[in-house]
Design a protein around this ligand. Structure first.
Ligand code: DP6
Length: 367
């Protein structure tokens, strides 16, 4: 292995966006292998993101700081962050511990997919720091393609795999766990859609989506949902291709409500929708019918509502919501290009490569 002759460790930073699912991933066929019950498709966002920094440390443990709270792999060895770092090291066949810090620029755990951006950013920052290179091309030369990184990210949180790409991204379940694929179906420039996120409550959810995925199988509505999804996915993809917002909107509303119906009829039953959510979506439909609100809703595992609309209508939508729902808080987002990995700090002008690519290839049993 190349010697570390630099005095100060290089700090790698990954900024990964959240994504909003248009056809939701709900239910797992295999928990360990993160094999989803169904194919899903999402839109990668642009502004709602997580930034994670990672640098190598001489310590014999990992350290992770989020919102001024620090945990280590000594004190919290079972934390999913440290389990994920162990997984990445084993995939790369590289040793070395990391110091990490992370920050979300939006509320956490209330249906704005913080685990998606969080595990995407963690995977990218940790991989870049372990390999010693933030360049996608260099990682790819080492056998760590974007597709590979997406699969590593989804091991941390399923939806995170889709955040490794920009635009409209499909995660296909395949007919066995290894046949899963994550692909950019349509580039971000294909259709400039906005997501006006209406935060009705930023209270953390009581039941994580990981737990709720398991409860889905007991719902009598789950099998009918799965049976109908191939048709819905085909309709959604056609609507995206043709930029047909009315069809897309109708499908995403049904999909979100169906997912929540499965959650509420599972065992244990999980309720993410609040009275405010229900009042709000009913208002959206009334206003849309009246021609005042050119937007369609979708809702992840939380009480908050994403209004999908054409970018040119985002202002009208936001203004109309602000006027009628002054108690809500809006986050204006739109389709985005995917994550970025860079070098930060005083070391940014240094040569970042700490392991030569052939050396990594030799060590990398994944490629
Ligand atoms: C409602 O990806 O958070 O956002 O794989 O257990 O971490 P885990 O679940 P997670 O589930 C996301 C569910 C969803 C729909 C979606 O993003 O497709």
């Amino acid at each position: 292995m190349t010697s570390h002759n630099q005095e100060q460790p290089v700090v790698f930073s990954a900024t990964a966006p959240s994504n909003i699912a248009l056809v939701k991933y709900w239910g797992k066929r295999n928990i360990q292998l993160q094999w989803p019950a169904n194919d899903s498709i999402s839109m990668t966002l642009s502004s709602s993101n997580t930034t994670t920094t990672a640098c190598r440390t001489e310590n014999n443990f990992d350290r992770f700081t989020m919102a001024n709270k620090t945990i280590t792999s000594l004190t919290n060895p079972d934390d999913k962050v440290f389990r994920h770092l162990n997984f990445i090291r084993s995939q790369l066949n590289l040793a070395g511990h990391l110091d990490l810090t992370t920050q979300n620029n939006f509320p956490t755990g209330c249906g704005i997919a913080s685990s998606a951006s969080g595990f995407a950013a963690l995977t990218l920052a940790a991989t870049a720091a372990l390999v010693g290179n933030p360049s996608w091309d260099a990682l790819e030369m080492a056998g760590v393609t974007r597709q590979t990184l997406a699969h590593w990210a989804r091991q941390g949180s399923g939806s995170a795999g889709r955040s490794v790409f920009g635009g409209f991204v499909q995660w296909t379940a395949g007919d066995h766990p290894e046949a899963q694929t994550i692909t950019e179906e349509l580039a971000p420039d294909h259709w400039n859609l906005s997501d006006v996120i209406v935060v009705l409550s930023d209270a953390q959810k009581h039941v994580s989506s990981s737990e709720a995925h398991l409860a889905a199988w007991a719902s009598p509505l789950f099998k009918p949902r799965l049976a109908g999804l191939p048709d819905r996915l085909a309709t959604v993809k056609k609507a995206l291709n043709e930029r047909d917002l009315a069809t897309l909107g109708r499908e995403i509303e049904v999909d979100a409500l169906e997912m929540h119906a499965v959650a509420m009829t599972g065992s244990p039953a999980v309720h993410y929708l609040t009275p405010d959510t229900l009042n709000f979506i009913s208002w959206v439909r009334t206003e849309r019918r009246a021609g005042h609100l050119p937007a369609w809703f979708t809702i992840d595992a939380g009480p908050n509502v994403h209004l999908i609309c054409r970018a040119e209508d985002a202002k009208i939508v936001a203004t109309h919501v602000e006027k009628n729902w002054p108690q809500s808080r809006l986050i204006q987002d739109q389709i985005g290009r995917g994550p970025q990995i860079t070098i930060v700090g005083p070391d940014k002008n240094r040569e970042p490569l700490r392991f030569s690519i052939p050396e990594l290839l030799e060590n990398n049993n994944h490629a």
